[in-house]
Ligand binder design. Structure first.
Ligand code: PEP
Length: 250
């Protein structure tokens, strides 16, 4: 069976000292994680440090955001070529905090997705509904709509080299987690939606669950048929909890 992915989104939390401490503990503990590819997503200033510390290990590096343009007058932005120089292999696109706080729309998300693949890096496309949308019975249509926006822009074959992360907005950083059955229902719908347009890519598509994942909740979430790992925020800042989530991948 293919390895799961357990990805740690550090968000805007780090210091040089904290990065050294966390990565050295992760390096030591990574041997205990046999069925998951661990990926860390540090803030940009710590990429060089992460690359140096993780060189020769099995832990991969990702970035939390990227600019779709390749270079030029984009003050404050970071390009894919720059990220790639620091050993980055994964790029989060469309995280709900980017959508909500920085007004990233489906078109911008799709442009970042396309640019990431064009640089031979793997986008992790984040999708998910708000609490209001769930209460209105719109969960599946919102999530498949976010997937379809990328298919429309990037084409049916675009999920060949891509990962999806289903992250209900109401579960991110709130301590609330979708139940395994709730998560599985949405993951299954995502896979079925991709299968409609590109059956050959749907079976192997990795769909991660995110939203207050802990080692305890990961145990059952990861047994669900269409859950292929986790995107972890808060619990990725401590080596022991992140490694325990990695160990929950069976
Ligand atoms: C996230 O940032 O993608 C996330 C899921 O955060 P948390 O695990 O803290 O809810």
């Amino acid at each position: 069976m293919a390895k799961m992915i357990v990805a740690g989104n550090w968000k805007m939390n780090a210091s040089k000292e904290a990065v050294t401490a966390l990565l050295s503990e992760l390096k030591q503990g990574a041997v205990s994680v046999t069925n998951a590819q661990l990926v860390v997503f540090p803030p940009f200033p710590y990429l060089a440090q992460a690359q140096a510390e993780l060189s020769g290990t099995s832990i991969a590096i990702g970035v939390q955001n990227i600019c779709a343009a390749s270079k030029g007058a984009y003050t404050g932005e970071v390009s894919l070529a720059m990220a790639k120089e620091f050993g980055v292999s994964y790029v989060l696109v469309g995280h709900s905090e980017r959508r909500a706080l920085y007004a990233e729309d489906d078109a911008q998300v799709a442009a970042k997705f396309i640019a990431t693949q064009a640089m031979q890096l793997t986008p992790i496309l984040c999708v998910g509904e708000t609490l209001k949308q769930r209460e209105q019975g719109l969960t599946i249509s919102v999530v498949t709509g976010q997937i379809q926006a990328v298919i429309d822009a990037a084409g049916a074959n675009s999920f060949d080299n891509a990962v999806v992360a289903y992250e209900p907005v109401w579960a991110i950083g709130t301590g609330l987690t979708a139940s395994p059955a709730q998560a599985q229902e949405v993951h299954q719908a995502i896979r079925a939606h991709v299968a409609d347009v590109a059956p050959e890519h749907a079976v192997g598509l990795k769909i991660l669950y995110g939203g207050s994942v802990t080692a305890t909740s990961a145990e059952e979430l990861f047994t669900q048929a269409d859950i292929d790992g986790g995107l972890v925020g808060g619990a990725s800042l401590q080596a022991d909890s992140f490694l325990a989530i990695g160990q929950a991948a069976k």
